[in-house]
Design a protein around this ligand. Structure first.
Ligand code: FAD
Ligand code: DHB
Length: 394
């Protein structure tokens, strides 16, 4: 088969790219190694930035998000036994975030992509990229034991951190940056009412905690852990004792406990592959960059990438010009580095690490005190947290 843009990966990046291109009359086809059921059930991120929520609405896939998602007008930073509110609309000229789980976004995007007549092949294996530096690249894959080839003008490498697209760029040509953090996040889903109306990011000497939500009856919570720990080491009782100890404060407020029905450990790293283009192959989303989850930026950076990539490809077909393609990496990297820096900044401000010197701990506290007492500092946090405009960074 033949199409204009062959897209590898049906995550947020790949599915959004397919819809953005379709709006400009550009054909694409999506290849996904997992099943539809699997991608629609995998628990990942939960926070949509203001520009991401707007993008979903513009693409006509925002209706269920607007009905079932939760608009949040603030977050709380907890430290030193107190909680401090960051008022997002007041500090950003009216902007908010939406708590709507990634797998629900995926369900809405898959339905919209299929309804638009774009093909998604689920359950493909042995995906490989060919002739990416020629004008006629192709993607080979297997499905149900048979070999297939998708010929295209461009390849959208939207296959996440472990996918084959980045590996298709020769190592010697790849400009990469990696920082691993000496901790992970232990994430749970539990049956309990919300402990707070807003997300709480809590710093303590026992380690970081994040309280997030999914509904009036299901809560999403995380605590900083050893990245090599195993979920089987943590009974429900031990998990709740750890949350209570880290969230202990002066006013008697306590986290509400309930039956835990999902547990997992997430690695924390900052990774950027600056080589976003190799011939006709373009990387977008987690295939090119990973952030630690503290800034809630992963999915949102993927959305920003594909807005720029779809524009570059559209310019190529409409104006027969490679200028947009040439500019994609430079433009996208500005927003990527901003999100990477913010994610690192939130992470180092909110996590204590073993073996740190006393001055580092005092700097952390000075930074937290400043963020909750200076309007200028709070505005900077809020502006980044609700998300900078997709075209804002020139
Ligand atoms: P992905 O969502 O990874 O999608 C890539 C797709 O490509 C996948 O469906 C994959 O199956 C497919 N694929 C891979 N290899 C192949 C292949 N060979 N052939 C075909 N298809 C392939 N971010 C936050 O902000 N907060 C969080 O709490 C958070 N939690 C996370 C938890 C986990 C376990 C993970 C993995 C990520 C988490 N993230 C979180 C990050 C966020 O979910 C990602 O940034 C976001 O999913 C990026 O979207 P993407 O489309 O680029 O990549
Ligand atoms: C969630 C995840 C994050 O990484 C974050 O910063 C905020 C919320 C969540 O899963 O709800």
């Amino acid at each position: 088969t033949t199409t204009q843009v062959g897209i590898i990966g049906a995550g947020p990046a790949g599915l959004l790219l397919a819809l953005l291109l379709q709006r400009k009359g550009i054909a694409s086809a999506v290849l996904e190694q997992r099943s539809r059921e699997d991608i629609e059930a995998t628990i990942k991120a939960g926070v949509l930035e203001h520009p991401t929520a707007e993008l979903l609405r513009q693409l006509g896939v925002g209706a269920r998000m607007d009905r079932e998602g939760f608009v949040h007008e603030g977050i709380e930073l907890a430290f030193g036994g107190r909680r401090h509110r960051i008022d997002l609309p007041e500090l950003t000229g009216g902007k908010t975030i939406t708590v709507y789980p990634q797998h629900e976004v995926i369900k809405d995007l898959v339905a919209a992509v299929l309804a638009a007549g774009i093909s998604i092949e689920f359950g493909v294996t042995a995906v490989s990229l060919h002739d990416v530096t020629s004008a006629t690249p192709s993607i080979r894959y297997e499905k149900d034991g048979a070999a297939h080839e998708l010929r295209c003008d461009f390849i959208g490498g939207c296959d996440g951190f472990h996918g084959p697209s980045r590996q298709a760029i020769p190592q010697a040509l790849r400009q990469e940056h990696l920082k691993a953090y000496p901790c992970g996040w232990f994430g749970i889903l539990c049956e309990a009412p919300p402990s707070s109306d807003e997300l709480i990011y809590a710093q303590s000497e026992r380690g970081f905690v994040l309280l997030s939500t999914r509904s009036q009856t299901v809560q999403r919570m995380y605590f900083q852990c050893d990245p090599n720990d195993h979920v089987d080491n943590w009974s429900d009782d031990r998990i709740w004792a750890e949350f209570q100890a880290r969230l202990a404060n002066g006013d008697g407020w306590q986290v509400k406990e309930g039956r835990i029905f999902q547990k997992g450990i997430i690695a924390m790293r900052s990774f950027i592959c600056e080589t976003l283009r190799h011939g006709r192959l373009f990387l977008a989303g987690d295939s090119a960059h990973i952030v630690p989850p503290t800034g809630a930026k992963g999915l949102n950076l993927a959305a920003g990438d594909v807005v720029l990539l779809s524009r570059a490809i559209t310019t190529y077909y409409r104006q027969d010009s490679e200028a947009g393609l040439d500019a994609y990496a430079t433009q996208a990297l500005k927003r990527i580095w901003r999100g990477e820096h913010f994610s690192w900044w939130m992470t180092q401000m909110l996590h204590d690490f073993e073996g740190e010197d006393s001055i580092t701990r005092r700097f952390r506290r000075a930074q937290l005190d400043y963020v909750v007492s200076s309007r200028a500092a709070a505005m900077s946090l809020a502006e980044n947290y609700v998300g900078l405009p997709f075209e804002g960074i020139e």
